[in-house]
Structures are given as structure tokens and as C-alpha cells.
Design a protein around this ligand. Structure first.
Ligand SMILES: Cc1cc2nc3c(=O)[nH]c(=O)nc-3n(C[C@H](O)[C@H](O)[C@H](O)COP(=O)(O)OP(=O)(O)OC[C@H]3O[C@@H](n4cnc5c(N)ncnc54)[C@H](O)[C@@H]3O)c2cc1C
Length: 335
């Protein structure tokens, strides 16, 4: 096994991945298979857990549970000797070529760090919404538009994005309304014209609560007594990018807080990589998995080049030559 970490301290690893969601697990599988001494540190709040049936992940024609995908991903990474720590990293610093990570439980050190910390979609603060998350209240057209075809759909929002969301949902259903939840609309004139042109109703009152049974939404109850019967709810409230550690290390961020990366998932900070929803990628599982794989390949390549530059591969080879048969046996062929 080619595990040639230069550090002797416990909790010091060749590669550490922060985040054991879809991107982190995919990276871990690649790193483990590349014989890299890898630790995944995870606080256990992957967004994938919110999705009971993922219908758009390649290879699962009948869908797959988000939890099951995570469980299997971890099992697959463990087959290749990847280690896991249940911890939350609170702060990070860089000392020479080593990242020092302070978790709630332990301190960890590594030479290469991958941030796969994801995002948090903000649900609307309306009583009854949280229970319906992932069941009848969604954030993403690409994930869930297809499963709400021909149903009654409300989009909560009062900006241009909400209008475009509602227009986009017309592909799936003729019955779409925008609910501003008592907010003054901030959509521009062009978007207001579209709402009128496409005859999309607007509910302007504040929503008192979401009427649901067994996580299935039945209606929106408005202040003042009106009740609008709907089947599904979408929101555009926004995302929180888990970028605190990247910020601490001085990595460049996008305007919304995404960690900027190149095509190989390298950040602006040497030896620091990022993958998944915390980057500017469209927040989809298959994209997060692909980015995790790309980041792992870049890390593996960069470590290989470093091992040539520092001659650590030579030292590893010397040990091989001493310990193992390195030349294949030569025998005479029968003529
Ligand atoms: C309700 C819902 C339904 C969805 N449905 C679908 C769908 O059907 N199809 C689809 O493609 N996508 C879907 N998504 C999106 C999908 O869940 C994400 O694209 C995917 O989980 C992103 O993977 P990630 O690895 O970037 O982040 P995550 O999977 O969220 O993983 C991030 C991990 O990092 C950990 N972490 C963060 N900070 C720290 C720290 N400081 N220390 C230690 N650990 C940390 C978190 O605990 C978490 O485990 C859905 C999302 C939601 C919310």
C-alpha cells in the first residue's frame, strides 16, 4: 500500500476531506483507490438526507434514498481504507505546508485539504413548512419539477427569481401561483409584465401556516382567512454557503459566497481544493459527485508531482527495493 505520509503525529493525514456528503464521499473513493492516506471529517448534516427518493441520479431507474446513497458511498470508501471521523471543524490555519484543523473533538493536520462542506437552503419561516421538506416542499426545479407534473404548485417569493421560477414551472403544470407571503414585490417591470402576460396569479397576503397531513401539503392558509389549495410548494429564499473555513484561509469567493475553483477544483490557495454545492456548481448530486472525483484526481496528480520534486517517491522506491522482489522472474521459453 503506497501510504507515505511524511508526518508521524496521530491525526496527521496525507489528505483530509471536510464534509462526508456526496462530493466528499466521491472524492474519498477516488483518493482511497489512489492509495492516499485519507481522512473524511463529517458533522453529519448532508442535504442528501432530506431527499427520500432521488430520481435523477444515474443508474437508479427506480430512484434511491439520499440516506442510502450516503451509506453506500461511505461503505465504498471504507473498502479502500479511507478513515472517517465524526467531528465538526470550527477553525483552520495554514502553517508552512500544513493545514491545522481544530475540530470540536480533536485537532487534525494535513498537507492537502478538500472542502466539501455544502450549503444550506433556507426554508421559508412559515409554520408547517419544515415537516414537509423534501416531501411536498422543495427548493429545486431540476430535482423536483418532474415529480410535481400536473399538480397545484405555489412558489414563495417576491423577486425576479420567483417570477422566473413560476414561469419555468409552467412546463410541468398549468396551475402555478406566486405567493409573496406579505412581502412587497421587488420584481422589475419586465418580470411584472411576464406575470401578466402568462396570467400567473399572485397571492399577496402573509401566509399564516401550511396545512399538511403526513408531510403532504394540502393548502396555504393566509392571514385574514383565505385558504388556497395546493399540492406542492417551492421557495427561492436563498442559500447559505458553508465557506467559513475557506474564508479563514483567504480563498477567493464569488459574490454569493461560493468558493471559486478552477476546472480541477483547485481554489486560489495552494493545496486547498473545494467541491460540491459550496462551489459555483449547480447544486445537484451527480454534479457534486463528479466534482468530488475531479478534485481527488487533481489532489492525486499534485501529490505525485510533489513526490517527484521532493524525491519522496525515490525514498519510497528504496524501501520497496529493500523489502520486495522488484524485478519479474525471467525464464527460458521452450523452443
Ligand atoms: C430537500 C432537498 C432535496 C434534494 N433533492 C435532490 C435530488 O432529488 N437530486 C439531486 O441531484 N439533488 C438533490 N438535492 C441536492 C443535494 O442534496 C446536493 O446537491 C448534495 O447533497 C450536495 O453534496 P455536497 O457534498 O456538496 O453537500 P452535502 O451533501 O450537503 O454534504 C456536506 C457535508 O459537509 C458537512 N460539513 C459542513 N461543514 C462542516 C464542518 N465544518 N466540519 C465537518 N463537516 C462539515 C455536513 O455535515 C455535510 O455532511 C436536494 C436537496 C434538498 C435540500
Amino acid at each position: 500500500m503506497v501510504q507515505h505520509t511524511d508526518f508521524d503525529e496521530p491525526n496527521t493525514r496525507e489528505v483530509i476531506v471536510i464534509g462526508g456528503g456526496i462530493a466528499g464521499l466521491s472524492a474519498a473513493i477516488y483518493l482511497g483507490r489512489a492509495q492516499r492516506d485519507t481522512l473524511v471529517i463529517d458533522s453529519g448534516h448532508s442535504m442528501a438526507k432530506w431527499e427520500p427518493v432521488v430520481e435523477n441520479y444515474l443508474g437508479f431507474p427506480d430512484g434511491v434514498g439520499g440516506e442510502e446513497l450516503l451509506r453506500n458511498g461511505r461503505k465504498q470508501a471504507e473498502r479502500y481504507d479511507v478513515r472517517f471521523a465524526q467531528d465538526e471543524i470550527k477553525t483552520v490555519s495554514a502553517r508552512e505546508s500544513v493545514f491545522v484543523l481544530k475540530g470540536k473533538k480533536k485537532t487534525y493536520r494535513t498537507n492537502r485539504l478538500l472542502l466539501a462542506t455544502g450549503i444550506f437552503h433556507l426554508p421559508p419561516e412559515i409554520p408547517g413548512v419544515k415537516e414537509c421538506l423534501g416531501h411536498s416542499m422543495f427548493f429545486c426545479k431540476d430535482c423536483d419539477g418532474c415529480r410535481v407534473r400536473e399538480k397545484r404548485i405555489a412558489i414563495i417569493g417576491a423577486n425576479n427569481e420567483a417570477v422566473e421560477y413560476a414561469l419555468g414551472m409552467l412546463h410541468y403544470s398549468p396551475c402555478v401561483i406566486v405567493a409573496t407571503n406579505g412581502k412587497r414585490p421587488s420584481w422589475d417591470k419586465r418580470h411584472a409584465r411576464w406575470l401578466a402576460e402568462y396570467e400567473i396569479p399572485i397571492a399577496r397576503k402573509r401566509i399564516r401556516d401550511v396545512d399538511h397531513r403526513r408531510r403532504k401539503i394540502r393548502a396555504l392558509d393566509f392571514v385574514g382567512g383565505a385558504c388556497v389549495k395546493i399540492d406542492y410548494l417551492f421557495t427561492t429564499r436563498g442559500d447559505i454557503f458553508h465557506n467559513t473555513l475557506a474564508k479563514k484561509l483567504g480563498a477567493k469567493l464569488g459574490s454569493d459566497g461560493q468558493i471559486k475553483v478552477d476546472q480541477c477544483m483547485r481554489t486560489s490557495v495552494p493545496r486547498l481544493y473545494a467541491a460540491g454545492c459550496v462551489t459555483p456548481a449547480n447544486c445537484q448530486m451527480i454534479i457534486a459527485a463528479g466534482q468530488g472525483a475531479a478534485a481527488a484526481q487533481a489532489i492525486n496528480r499534485d501529490l505525485f508531482e510533489e513526490s517527484l520534486a521532493t524525491h519522496s517517491l525515490r525514498r519510497f522506491r528504496e524501501a520497496q527495493i529493500e523489502e520486495a522482489k522488484t524485478v519479474p522472474e525471467v525464464t527460458k521459453t521452450k523452443s
